[in-house]
Structure formats: C-alpha cells, structure tokens
Ligand binder design. Sequence first.
Ligand code: COA
Length: 261
Amino acid sequence: MSNNLFNENILQGKVAFVTGGGTGITGGIARALAEHGAKVAITSRKTENLEPMKQLIKENGGECLAVAADVRDFAAVTNAIAQTIEHFGKIDIVVNGAAGNFLCQADELSSNGFGTVIDIDTKGTFNVCRAAFDELKKNQGQILNISATLHLAATPMQIHVSAAKAGVDAITRNLSVEWGRYGIRVNGIAPGPIEDTEGIKRLLPEHLKEKLTKKIPLRRFGRIKDIENAAVFLCSEAASYISGVTLVVDGGHWLTGTAFG
Ligand code: COA
C-alpha cells in the first residue's frame, strides 16, 4: 500500500520539468510528482546522475525522461525544454531545484565562487522560467522554485547561497505578479535542515547536529518526504489560488535564529 497522503491521481495528466531532479530534495520531488500521476522530465549537468532516479520512477510505474542541461546555459535549457515537449507533448509544471553549494567564509570566497552559485541558483532559475514561459502560458502552468532559509536571518559561510536564494525568492514574487494574468502560478519552497541530503551530510559538521535539533521547535530534522508533500500540494489544484508564496518547511527553525547557530 502507498504511504502517500494525497490521492495518487492528484497530478494526473500533468507534465513536470524538474531541474536537479536526479538526487536529493529535488529528486524526491520528481519522484513524488510521478507517484501522483505526473509525467516527469529530470535534468542535471550529467545524464549519468539522472539514471538511478529515472529507473526508480519507472519501477514505481511512472514515466520519466532524463535530459542533460546546465541551467547556466540558456541554449541548453531551451533545448531540454524542447526535448521534453517533443517527448511528452507539453509542460505544465516547472520545478527549479538545480543548485550549487559549498561552505566558505566571505573573506575567503572569490568573486568567481560567489558568481558561480548566483549563476546556477538565480540565473539558472530565471533561464528555466524564461525558456518555459510560452509553454506555461499556453497551459496555464506553474513554477515551483526551491529556495532555502539561510537568508531569512544570516548564515555564516553561506553568503553566496544566501544572496542567490534571496534572488530566487524575488523571482518567485516578480513572476507571480507579471505572469499571473496568464494563469501561471509561481511559488517556492524553503526547506530547513533536511536529513539524508547531500547538503546536510556535506555542509553540517556532525557536532552541530544535536545542537541544531534542540533549536528546531519541532525537535527533529525535516525529511525529504516533508518537502515532497509541500511540493505535491503546491503543484496541485488544491493550491489553485496560491501564488507568489515561498512556503517555509523547517519545523519553525528559522524563527529561532541563524541556521547553524
Ligand atoms: N570553497 C570555495 N570556493 C569554491 C569551492 C569551495 N568549496 N568550490 C568551488 N569554489 C569556487 C572555485 O574556486 C571557483 O572560483 P575561482 O575560479 O575564483 O577559483 C568557482 O567557485 C567555480 O568553481 P568550479 O569548480 O570551477 O565550478 P563548477 O561550475 O564546476 O561547480 C559547484 C560549482 C558549486 C557546483 C561545485 O562547487 C560543486 O560541484 N559542488 C557540489 C555539488 C553541489 O553543490 N550540490 C548541491 C548540494 S546543496
């Protein structure tokens, strides 16, 4: 029996284009959208990073297309979107999950290091939205941007990601205003600390995990499933009057101070 909370047909007939959809939180979102009836195209810089997720989605009875594209490259994004439309006939949902991250304090970060993350997270999100616009307009589609909570207060060693995700939130708000007239909804999700993600394994030192858990009002790290549920909800008709919102899914954590404090 499925352990899903929503009706498994809630996204039936929809086609989703998910960047960074091979692994981690966005991989979970791609799988969850497929489990709820959507056909899913997943993208990443390298196709080999997409194959395990493509197989998993297929084993679960879903349909999945894997397309390589670096979101920094507008021509590559346009091509990946065209391939998806050719394969599935349309796109209704765009999920911008491709992101770059590493820990680095501001006085050691190079200009190119800062710009690289801005290019992937912020410009990459704009590139995909822009390239998908005609298709989303045609289908009264929607966009889901994956943000973070790092910039809601201030997170040391994350100035690049914080600036990049603040830009992503601005894109969510702006496009919801500019493209709402076409019936396009634009929302975001800001995950807090989510266990079993590469980000937490790589970026959060072991000794800070227990300290952090005590700071989270709900006293646990989030799970990828928590983000999947928010994504399925926001992508479904249940959220048909919600636009311009970045939904924080963090157990109340950001209200208590900095992400690693
Ligand atoms: N600390 C400081 N600077 C770093 C860095 C680190 N750990 N990693 C990359 N940079 C800097 C590089 O030094 C370079 O700047 P420079 O030219 O001034 O030296 C700049 O960022 C670009 O690095 P490069 O490796 O050429 O870029 P890339 O496009 O190949 O990859 C990332 C950039 C961010 C994607 C890369 O760091 C990466 O692969 N990260 C792991 C994957 C990831 O982030 N997944 C998301 C999990 S949340």
